[in-house]
Design a protein around this ligand. Structure first.
Ligand SMILES: *Cc1c(COP(=O)(O)O)cnc(C)c1O
Length: 403
């Protein structure tokens, strides 16, 4: 098909991307959308015929390919087949969905839980079902795109507070009318920076101003807390978050999203949220895999210890080599590069030396804050992390990013 012979905004939008992608490819600076040929043990992958260390995966506890999880998925296929052929409210609900929701509720110390077919759609549908015109939603400036989209879709007054800035949040809460519904929503661990929301302070403010609290635990389940149950455990708090959102696609090696909350909220969401009503239920294999994965986290606590050790080694080693890793305290480790081209060149050098790491550039992060966004997992070997840091260090020296 030829490009339509128009000069409208669609044409310009599409061209802007085709030209940018073509320029990056010409200069060997394009490493997005690379097909992995095989997932290997120890956080390695086969890609372009090379065995590479994987530093861009969210399999924080190394659970992808875990025998117990694979087995649970296979059994579910034998019992239920591969699709649900229906939405949850009609013919799509299977016993495995109910089991999974019970497992999640227990894991998150909540009364009940509901699942959706992705984390993205969970934020979209839940925020927009709970909040509406005239209500006020307060969102951290670095929140994930799915939260931003959910807030916009809700039609509520949308207020963004400066990143993790509790004074700013309080000012905004104070300025909102006293008699409207309010919700504060934030990532637990910020997905580009790896730092942690100040939950105790947010909690205090939501109590003081009578606001609902929703926290997105995409990057804290299996990562924060001694037993990996997330941000409440990390801060030594009990069941304090009203709406605990999470994904089944990161530490949990499946796909889907969930909300854990009180029974009434879950009853409401499982009758009134549009993604539950109008989109097919999770496939049985994915539901069963997720269900088993939560159990494996609790049964194999050494994985969390290993993740913590590896995280310390990785952040410490990169800082020691002279890199700026920003404010991260978790397995998401930004390696600040500055301009987009430096981030792309650093990626190329790393990829040429079998370290699979990817850049994040504008507009995903503010201009001038382009970075490698590296992740470390419990499955990395100590010596392999050392090798990756040597490769990134050599690249930084070659390109003049560090001395
Ligand atoms: C990845 C992510 C999501 C979306 O989850 P998916 O299951 O991949 O759709 C939502 N919120 C945050 C913070 C994320 O990092």
């Amino acid at each position: 098909m030829d490009f339509k012979n128009t000069n409208d905004s669609v044409t310009h939008r599409v061209r802007a991307f085709t030209e940018r992608v073509a320029r990056l490819k010409e200069n060997d600076l394009y490493y997005l959308n690379m097909p992995v040929e095989e997932i290997l043990p120890d956080s390695k992958v086969l890609l372009r015929g090379h065995v590479m260390g994987m530093y861009a995966s969210y399999s924080y506890l190394g659970l992808v390919g875990h025998p117990r999880i694979n087995e649970a998925a296979k059994k579910a296929i034998d019992k239920f087949g591969t699709g649900t052929n229906g939405v949850r409210m009609l013919a799509g609900t299977l016993t495995i969905h109910k089991e999974l929701e019970e497992t999640i509720a227990n894991f998150k110390h909540a009364e009940a839980a509901v699942t959706y077919s992705s984390g993205y759609v969970t934020n979209l549908t839940v925020i927009s079902s709970l909040m509406g015109r005239g209500d006020y939603v307060f969102s951290d400036k670095l929140n994930h795109a799915s939260i931003v989209d959910g807030c916009l879709m809700s039609g509520a007054e949308f207020r963004r507070f400066r990143h993790n800035d509790m004074e700013h949040l309080e000012g905004l809460l104070k300025n909102a009318p006293a008699d409207v519904a309010k919700m504060v929503v934030a990532d637990s661990v910020f997905s580009m920076d790896g730092d942690i929301i100040d939950l105790p302070k947010v909690l205090e403010l939501t109590k003081k101003y009578n606001a609902w609290l929703m926290i997105d635990e995409a990057h804290s389940v299996g990562v924060l807390g001694k037993t990996g149950t997330g941000i409440e455990e990390h801060f030594g708090l009990g069941d304090v978050i009203d709406i605990k959102m999470g994904t089944l696609s990161k530490t949990i090696p499946s796909v889907g999203g969930y909300i854990a909350s009180n029974k009434d909220i879950i009853t409401f969401l499982s009758h009134a949220s549009r993604a539950y009503m109008f989109s097919a239920a999770l496939p049985p294999a994915q539901a069963a895999a997720a269900n088993e994965a939560f159990k494996v986290i609790l049964d194999e606590p050494w994985r969390i210890e290993k993740l913590n050790e590896n995280t310390k080694q990785f952040i410490g080693g990169l800082k020691g080599r002279g890199f700026d890793t920003m404010l991260t305290e978790t397995a998401i480790v930004p390696v600040l590069c500055g301009d987009d081209d430096m981030a792309f060149a650093m990626t190329r050098e790393a990829q040429h030396n079998d370290v699979f790491v990817l850049p994040v550039a504008s507009p995903a992060v503010p201009e001038g804050l382009a970075r490698l966004r590296a992740t470390v997992t419990a499955a990395h070997e100590t010596s392999e992390i050392e090798r990756a840091m040597d490769v990134i260090g050599a690249a930084g020296k070659k390109l003049g990013l560090i001395k």
